[in-house]
Design a protein around this ligand. Structure first.
Ligand code: NG1
Length: 392
């Protein structure tokens, strides 16, 4: 049974009625522009064909009741209780409930109507794998409360409110990329987003190129604190560079030549972190021209350079991600391979010639398993539409 049908049938069993709404909100994969969204740079994500599905209806109780099918846990909370980060009976919110509770908190700050709901949800975006399972949950509940509250807001505005939930309520000081991609995805398109102006445009990959996701099966540990630490390092680098470049507001504003000239003003570790960002933003400046001209080989080279930089300078890779990338880069038909998302475990993204994609996936899985003794999951993905209400 499809996941959408499963959540509907579980809803009917649990709440003894038909759900009023069904929502689908996708995860995302990022092709290039990693760890630059919170440095005001450009990113290139696509929504993917894996998503969170939510079946929901208004509730007659004063609190919302949510069943997370994948964890087989329920939480119940109200607008008042989430302000105190608790459930309606004052017990602590379970960790997974911070995402929907954060959405409720963020919407209440805007004084938007957020009626209590009964909801059942499930996701096939792997958790902690760099594919934005959290943004999928957040965007799903954004749409749920939008439908139940009877108000409407542009998708990008919803994404900004979801980002606020993640950074100020959940406590991961993230950029806008994930929520944007989940909200604004377009079928078969990559999304080139300027994280400063929030202007964006769809870009097309040639039809004979496949996007292959390879899940190392390693899940992140302590990723939130390491992520926040990288964020702080970038802010600190800006502060130090401002002594020579007073006009800069973010690492986006530092040109590679200026950085090279001034890099010895930064402590060694901070220099490596900032160099990744400055050079990655420079790589991103080439993307539109390369993709418009169909120069996939050159684009793939940028992906490979990005991985090396995340591994050696930003230090967010791990042995398993490096193995997956090294193997992929030797295989026939592979233009580029790199870790995707925050890193510290999770998935790689690979651009592969369509005719070689099946073989690529098979050989990559076999070789990775032989080398690491771990069972990876490898799949060919397609850029998908963003979060939406589905007719039931
Ligand atoms: P993932 O991999 O989904 O955790 C994180 C951030 C993004 C972005 C990337 C790195 C969250 C929720 N999202 O993505 O904003 O900074 O890392 O490019 O932490």
């Amino acid at each position: 049974m499809e996941l959408a049908e499963q959540v509907i049938s579980k809803y009917i069993n649990r709440f003894k009625s038909q759900p009023q709404y069904l929502i689908r909100a996708p995860g995302r994969v990022n092709l290039l522009g990693e760890h630059v969204d919170y440095n005001a740079g450009l990113v290139l994500p696509a929504a993917i064909d894996r998503a969170t599905y939510i079946a929901c209806s208004p509730s007659a109780t004063p609190h919302s009741t949510l069943w997370a099918v994948d964890l087989n846990q329920e939480a119940f909370f109200s607008a008042e209780s989430v302000s105190a980060k608790t459930q309606a009976d004052a017990t602590p919110l379970p960790e997974w409930a911070f995402y929907p509770a954060g959405v409720l908190w963020s919407l209440r700050q805007e004084n938007l109507s957020t009626p209590a709901m009964n909801a059942v949800f499930s996701s096939n975006v792997p958790r902690g794998a760099g594919l934005s399972s959290s943004a999928a949950v957040e965007m799903g509940f954004m749409l749920a409360w939008q439908a139940l509250g009877g108000w409407e807001m542009p998708a990008l505005q919803l994404a900004l409110l979801a980002q606020k939930a993640e950074s100020q309520y959940v406590g991961v000081n993230c950029g806008i990329m994930d929520q944007f991609a989940s909200a604004c995805g377009i079928k078969d398109k990559l999304l080139l987003l300027d994280c400063r102006s929030l202007e964006w445009k769809p870009l097309t990959l040639p039809t004979d190129i496949a996007i292959v996701i390879a899940d190392t099966s390693i899940r992140r540990k302590l990723a939130a604190s390491a992520y926040n630490e990288r964020h702080q390092a970038c802010a600190e680098a800006v502060r130090l560079l401002q002594k020579s470049l007073p006009h800069i507001r973010a690492l986006r504003d530092v040109r590679v030549e200026d950085f090279n000239r001034l890099s010895d003003q930064l402590p060694v570790k901070l220099e490596r972190r900032a160099r990744h960002v400055v050079e990655e933003i420079e790589r991103m400046n080439q993307v539109e021209a390369l993709l418009s001209a169909g120069k996939i080989q050159e684009f793939g080279q940028l992906m490979n350079q990005c991985h090396a930089s995340l591994r050696d300078l930003y230090e967010v890779s791990c042995a398993e991600l490096n193995s997956m990338v090294e193997i992929a880069q030797t295989l026939k038909g592979c233009y580029g391979a790199r870790l995707t998302g925050a890193g510290f475990g999770g998935c790689t993204v690979n651009l592969v010639e369509q005719t070689h994609a099946e073989n690529f996936a098979l050989t990559l899985a076999e070789t990775y398993q032989a080398r690491t003794n771990l069972q990876p999951e490898i799949y060919i993905t397609h850029a998908a539409r963003g979060a939406e209400l589905i007719e039931i």
